[in-house]
Ligand binder design. Sequence first.
Ligand code: NFE
Length: 512
Amino acid sequence: MTKIVIEPVTRIEGHLRIEVITENNEIKEARSSGTLFRGLEIILQGRDPGDAPIYTQRICGLCTTSHSMASALTLDSAFGIADEIPDNGRILRNLILGAAHIADHILHFYHLATLDYVDMTRIANYDGSDSTLNSIKRLAEADELRLFTAGHEGDYRLSDKANMELVAHYIRALEMRRKAQEMLSIFGGKMPHNMAIVPGGVTTTPSTDKMLSFLWRLNELRDFINNVYIPDILTIAEAYSDYFEIGAGCGNLLSYGNFELDDERRFLNSGTVSTKLKPSPLDIDKIWEQVKYSWYASSTTGRHPRQAETKPEPNKKGAYSWIKAPRYDGKAYEAGPLARIMVNYANGNQVVKNLVDSALAQLKLSPKAMFSVLGRHIARALYTKLIADAMPVWLLQLRPEEPAYIKSTVPEQATGMGLIEAARGALGHWIEIKDHKIANYQCITPSTWNLSPKDDRGQPGPMEQALIGTKMKDENTPLEIGRIIRSFDPCLACAVHLVTPKGGNIDTLHIT
Ligand code: NFE
């Protein structure tokens, strides 16, 4: 038996510790551990509910927009105005969120995950005339690329040509992310923490010049997604096809659906689905958070997020994570692009079906292959295309110079809930208002679902399950572990946080 500890896991957001026990090169046990505490729910208590979209965005530096959206929907429902949001407000929220998701998925594929499959050191052999590649080669010659190469040895399978192209696209993707973030800022005011999404709609009024500024950037991004991002993921998929058989995980997927349309439907439906591809409607009452293996008071386990409590207990025996264990119908469920694509695939969404089936046909695979490391990457790319293709239609539904916001008042007492898809998956916010103030606020983020530790019944979390059973080619270079973890696009900042209302130490933890 060998114990492998990776801490911190790099090229993800935040501080994740992974511990696996292996036997004969096979992972037998896995522990996902969030090593920081998130106290934002506590900070929100007693504050003006209208400030929640501003505060909750600070949970993270990446999916800020998603938190403001979930929070605004939570307040819309608590304030009783969910049915009164002007169309302009609904559409602008969708466009701002869509821009954030495009930026986020390009970031994940190129800047966080690509180096699992692309060998940066080969740039030294480049002898072509591409100016970008030559400038990267000069950096390599000046020994400035160590950041990209240290610790990455072996199992690089792309041809020299494909490998070089991916290196060039890594650089180009930086520019593309900037374009998507500019798109977000046109209507959202700024990036990363937008100022526009509020209860009642959006504080911007759309104008034709803003719409045009948005549209030309979106067209450029669509070109990049269709002609660079999707071909690149298919190139990697062909070269690393065994990663369609690795990291399947719990086989249960959950999505809240996303992007409200004008007829109370969402562009993508909510629901759950398993590997049998039989979809089921989502029943929010089946969500409970469990804390047997998390550093929270045992008295708070097994609660619906409506009644949940954040009561830290840093020295709790047997616990190994600051992440709670949310479960649906008593089981672990994976959230993320794979979930939103496969829930809608199983529900017969024709556009989604065409996208997935044509990618699978090219790779000669069946839909079951989507439950894998590479399936997650493909789903993320197809989702990016799906929304980028839909956004020009939404943009043209805006009515320039007409309002995007209605005024509302904070009720004395109310409850509210906002469910959306953040880039990394199902994101839920819950509020309880008393005396016009926040009495309780709870968030369950997608990374909380995916990186959760064991639950009260001892069932491992989705990513733990994806690791367990994996056979490694060489446990001295456990590349499979990093590839499995990064396919989930983990964000520890969202899953946990280190703050107290008075800014002091919560406790000292010695983790060995
Ligand atoms: Ni910090 Fe997040 C997203 C949320 S957590 S990145 O997307 O919510 O997984």
